[in-house]
Design a protein around this ligand. Structure first.
Ligand SMILES: Cc1cc2nc3c(=O)[nH]c(=O)nc-3n(C[C@H](O)[C@H](O)[C@H](O)COP(=O)(O)OP(=O)(O)OC[C@H]3O[C@@H](n4cnc5c(N)ncnc54)[C@H](O)[C@@H]3O)c2cc1C
Length: 459
């Protein structure tokens, strides 16, 4: 006999808990299922722990640079990795327990712990329990992809989840993957004191970004002593005693890289292959992402997919926005859509990259007439005062509509500064609105109007 609910939510990541609580608050009898730790990737193995660790790494970095500011710290700077991890664990525990308590104390909401699998389009099995509902919301997220590279099964490796257990300093960390996750760990561990090499198959780092962004980030990381091996097109692994040997065997550069520890940061895969989707007839694409429409319905009536598992976003804010879209449509008669949102994210190296809308390459490809403004951070007073002048800011504007179409801001505070542009983009206002705004001095954001006053045609 199945236990009947009005709605079932699978996963307690970044969309599921808010949705479950909202539905329960609307009077529905709701069940939410979690197989591991409450809060999902962001809380336990993603955003929160990495940004907490990055804060420790930055403290070490600033301490090492203290004399640049006239602050003398006698003796070398030491990092206590056990304390670093304990600080991270405390924050993660607080967040995860907060989600768990919130769910378990919400009226009309039943929390079930275990692995959920569809039995059919209306029923989900968790262990011996069978649950039934007309509406089912899938929020199962993703995990690190482990590529089938030569010798991978013969070496021990870390991924973003197992990195969270590290409470020691790896002597020499090899990171496979020069994209968002890999680069954050690279700078973090270099600052903790490890030797770090990033091995990337492509000819440049984070190849989804513009070339000037990739180049600048490479320069920033290399200046901190991180080694970067690009064009590593034929990666293979071998364990030699307590060392990991990575063969790169490519046309140029060293043929092998030897380190003490290996981190795989080569992308993510959705948690959809052990969910019984076929029992419910739910369609996935060739990469196993659940197919959804603009309001996050799957092909099966009553079943929705939210967050990373639908392939329409790969961030906490996109997962949360999915919740808002579903709730608005179901409960508020507000027909919000995924296609209403503007691309936005940050890369949390130091200085951070804040991104909104199109890249310069995408603008050029679109063939539209555009204008560009670019300014190195060396010409930003606030950055000079802080002694952190790496990076540049770049804004692209449609020459006809005068609307901002994209921005790449790489520099101190740029994960925050980007929002001044993003909000004007959401307001659908011309760039002249922000150009005429009076910003506060001295800030990084005060240079945005100046940059917009210096736009040039995109040649
Ligand atoms: C190292 C790293 C750093 C990141 N940093 C950032 C950042 O700074 N900013 C940002 O926006 N994003 C960041 N992300 C991405 C962000 O973590 C994800 O986009 C976000 O967590 C996705 O949320 P979600 O709700 O889709 O799924 P998740 O958070 O992955 O949650 C899914 C939940 O479902 C559960 N589950 C899965 N299958 C089942 C099942 N069959 N039965 C029951 N439960 C199940 C899982 O245990 C999990 O708790 C980072 C990711 C990583 C890996």
């Amino acid at each position: 006999m199945a236990t009947k609910y009005d709605a079932i939510v699978i996963g307690t990541g970044q969309a599921g808990p808010s949705l479950a609580v909202r539905l329960a608050g609307a009077g529905m009898n709701v069940a939410i299922i979690e197989r591991k730790r409450f809060g999902g990737t962001c809380v336990n193995n993603g955003c929160i722990p990495t940004k907490t660790l990055i804060a420790s790494a930055r403290a070490a970095h600033v301490a090492r640079r203290a004399s640049d500011y006239g602050v003398m710290i006698p003796g070398p700077i030491a990092v206590d990795m056990k304390k670093v991890k304990a600080r991270k664990d405390a924050l993660v525990r607080q967040s995860s327990e907060g989600v768990e308590k919130w769910l378990k104390t919400t009226q009309n909401l039943t929390v079930i712990e275990g692995h959920a699998r569809f039995a059919n389009a209306h029923q989900v099995r968790v262990g011996n329990e069978l649950l039934e509902a007309e509406r089912i919301f899938i929020n199962v997220g993703g995990r690190a992809s482990i590529p089938s590279l030569r010798g991978i099964d013969q070496v021990s490796y870390l991924d973003n989840s197992t990195m969270m257990d590290v409470d020691f300093l790896p002597e020499h960390l090899i990171i496979i993957g020069g994209s968002y996750v890999g680069l954050e760990f690279a700078q973090m561990y270099r600052r903790f004191g490890s030797e770090v090499i990033v091995v990337e198959m492509a000819p440049r780092l984070i190849k989804r970004e513009d070339e000037d962004v990739s180049e600048n980030i490479k320069t920033i990381l290399e200046a901190e002593g991180i080694k970067i091996r690009l064009n590593a097109e034929c990666i293979g692994f071998e364990q030699r005693g307590d060392k990991v040997v990575v063969q790169v065997e490519c046309s140029s550069g060293d043929k092998t890289v030897i380190g003490s520890h290996l981190l795989l940061a080569v992308g993510r895969v959705p948690n959809t292959t052990d969910l019984g989707l076929e029992q419910a007839g739910i369609e996935v694409n060739e990469d196993s992402y659940i197919q959804v429409d603009d309001q996050l319905h799957t092909n099966v009536p009553g079943i929705y997919a939210l967050g990373d598992c639908n392939g329409r976003g790969a961030f906490t804010h996109t997962a949360y926005n999915d919740y808002e879209i579903v709730a608005a449509n179901l409960l508020d008669s507000d027909h919000r859509r995924v296609s209403d949102r503007i691309t936005a994210y940050a890369l949390y190296i130091d200085p951070p990259l804040g991104r909104a809308g199109m890249t310069e390459a995408a603008v050029r490809k679109s063939g539209r007439k555009a204008m560009i403004g670019k300014r190195p951070m060396t010409q930003v007073g606030r950055a000079r005062e802080k002694g952190e002048t790496d990076g540049f800011m770049k804004i692209l504007v449609d020459a006809e509509t005068k609307k901002i179409v994209g921005a790449s801001l790489l520099g101190i505070e740029c994960d925050e500064v980007i929002h001044s542009l993003l909000d004007v983009m959401y307001a659908d206002a011309p760039y002249t609105v922000i150009q005429r705004a009076m910003h506060i001095h001295p800030t990084v954001t005060e240079l945005i109007p100046t940059m917009l006053g210096e736009l040039k045609p995109l040649e």
